[in-house]
Design a protein around this ligand. Structure first.
Ligand code: C2E
Ligand code: MG
Ligand code: MG
Ligand code: MG
Length: 285
């Protein structure tokens, strides 16, 4: 056992806890360094219209290009970044990269939406809206090409201010999607307060959906509800043709998942999905 004076009280740690605290401290140090060194990068995953097969959007997914550990997925650092408040700076870097990228695209389909994830903290960070406003101007980005994905649980802690931020984003012309729908505690009260453009059905409901009657009933209900309040649904994590067929039968509007594509490097995404209109001007390689 180890004893440590922490602020005004003593904590007692086991060796295992001590080890994990050291790891967390190391990770935290690395995250701060990564922010300074701009080690964060994005991938983009297509979102498809299930019936027209057209691309309707792309989700921006952060990747940390760590010089020693390689590509670190978000599950390994977002939570700690949220707990320590560093997420605000990370989000600003993601927004900056994403806005810059979309401002460079010459052949964006009219209704294309680039979707950016926001953490809970962002919604009560006073710097978020001024930052976004400033970046819109710097890159001359049109809010009608941008959506923000917000998880249900993110509103719980400070509902009033979160709602205010969401409504302001909507006033600017940004779309709002409710992420991981069905996994939080307040799904329905959320719908009542946010005029969301899209509901993202969590991938845990989608996995093996063709073999799961309960999840079929859940998704059918969500998509009926969404239709009755004029909101689109997107099913996350579609991997197989069987899942796709069932999701279409359940009347979801859009889909996202490995069935179409894994998250792609932004240049690759543009090549693959924005090519059609620019192809006539380009010389074949
Ligand atoms: P999310 O927003 O729900 O993103 C969807 C996750 O599902 C992504 O994981 C994506 O790669 C994964 N996915 C997509 N298709 C499939 C599929 O067919 N099968 C399976 N099994 N998974 C699929 P990723 O990129 O590891 O991100 C995990 C979570 O990290 C995200 O969940 C989001 O909550 C968070 N995150 C990612 N980027 C950001 C960011 O820029 N800011 C914030 N605050 N959070 C982010
Ligand atoms: Mg998301
Ligand atoms: Mg999700
Ligand atoms: Mg998630």
């Amino acid at each position: 056992l180890n004893c440590k004076k922490h602020h005004s009280h003593w904590n007692i740690y086991t060796d295992e806890q001590e080890e994990s605290l050291k790891q967390q401290a190391g990770l935290l140090h690395d995250i701060k360094y990564a922010i300074n060194q701009n080690q964060f990068d994005i991938m983009i995953q297509p979102q498809m219209d299930l019936f027209t097969q057209e691309v309707v959007g792309g989700e921006v997914l952060i990747r940390w290009q760590h010089p020693v550990r390689g590509t670190v997925p978000p599950q390994e650092f977002i939570e700690l970044a949220e707990q320590t408040g560093l997420i605000s700076q990370i989000t600003q870097q993601v927004i900056d990269i994403a806005f810059h990228w979309i401002s460079l695209q010459k052949a964006i389909p009219n209704k294309f939406l680039l979707a950016i994830n926001l953490s809970a903290q962002e919604l009560y960070d006073n710097e978020l809206l001024p930052f976004i406003e400033q970046r819109i101007q710097v890159y001359n980005v049109h809010p009608h090409h941008i959506a923000f994905e917000i998880t249900e649980s993110s509103m719980m802690r400070n509902a009033e201010q979160s709602l205010r931020t969401i409504h302001q984003l909507q006033q600017y012309g940004f779309s709002i999607a409710i992420d991981d729908f069905g996994t939080g505690y307040s799904s329905l009260s959320y719908l009542q307060k946010i005029n969301a453009d899209k509901i993202k059905i969590d991938l845990s409901f989608v996995k093996h959906i063709h073999q799961n009657k309960t999840n079929q009933a859940i998704i059918r209900t969500i998509s009926q509800l969404a239709k009755s309040i004029n909101t689109k649904t997107i099913a996350e994590g579609i991997e197989s043709a069987d899942e796709l067929v069932t999701i279409k039968e359940l009347a979801c509007d859009y889909g996202q998942g490995h069935f179409w594509s894994e998250p792609l490097a932004p240049e690759k995404f543009a090549q693959q999905y924005f090519k059609r209109e620019s192809v006539t001007q380009e010389v074949d390689e």
